[in-house]
Design a protein around this ligand. Structure first.
Ligand SMILES: [Zn+2]
Length: 165
C-alpha cells in the first residue's frame, strides 16, 4: 500500500538517507559499561589507571582517549550518585544498629557512627561515583545522534522539499 504524503513529511523523511550508521567496533552492552564504572574502569575500553590521585580523575582515558572530565556542572551526576550511595549505606547501618540494639538504643554511639559514615564514605566512594557517572554519561552520549552527522534524523530543517517524489 503506497504511503500518502502527510503534512509533516518534510520534518521526518523516513525512507530517505541511509540507515543508522554502523559503529566502528562492537560497543559493550549497557551492563558491561556500568560494571566497568563500578570497578573504576573506562566505560568504553575497560582500561584502568584513570585517576591521578584518589580524588582526581584524568581528563581522558589513557588508552582510548574517552573524555572523562566533563564541562562545569558535569560533576553533579557523580555527586548525586555519591550522595545516594552514602544515604543507602547509612540506612543499612541504621537498620543493623537498631536490630542489634533495640530496645535500649545507645543514641550517642549511633550518632558518632552516623557522622563517621557521612564523613568518610563519600570520600572512599568518590572515585567509584565518578566512573559510574562516566559510564552513564557514555551510555547516554553514544545513544544520541552525533552532531557532526548532517544526515541524522534530527538534522536542521534546511529547506523545503526540493521537488515531487
Ligand atoms: Zn578507555
Amino acid at each position: 500500500m503506497p504511503e500518502l504524503p502527510g503534512p509533516y513529511d518534510d520534518l521526518d523523511a523516513p525512507h530517505r538517507g541511509p540507515a543508522a550508521p554502523v559503529p566502528r567496533e562492537p560497543a559493550a552492552g549497557a551492563l558491561r559499561v556500568l560494571g566497568r564504572g563500578l570497578l573504576r574502569r573506562c566505560p568504553r575500553c575497560g582500561s584502568g589507571d584513570l585517576f591521578v590521585s584518589w580524588l582526581r580523575i584524568r581528563e581522558g582515558c589513557p588508552r582510548c582517549g574517552l573524555r572523562l572530565e566533563r564541562e562545569e556542572g558535569g560533576f553533579l551526576g557523580a555527586m548525586t550518585i555519591n550522595y545516594t550511595a552514602t544515604a543507602l549505606v547509612w540506612l543499612a547501618v541504621l537498620v543493623v544498629w537498631l536490630v542489634l540494639d533495640l530496645p535500649d538504643v545507645r543514641l550517642a554511639a549511633l550518632m558518632g557512627v552516623s557522622l563517621a559514615v557521612a564523613a568518610l564514605f563519600p570520600l572512599l566512594f568518590f572515585p567509584f561515583a565518578k566512573t559510574i557517572w562516566c559510564a552513564v554519561d557514555h551510555l547516554v552520549a553514544r545513544s544520541a545522534p552525533e552532531p557532526s552527522r548532517p544526515e541524522g534524523r534530527s538534522g536542521p530543517p534546511s529547506r523545503g522539499r526540493g521537488g515531487s517524489r
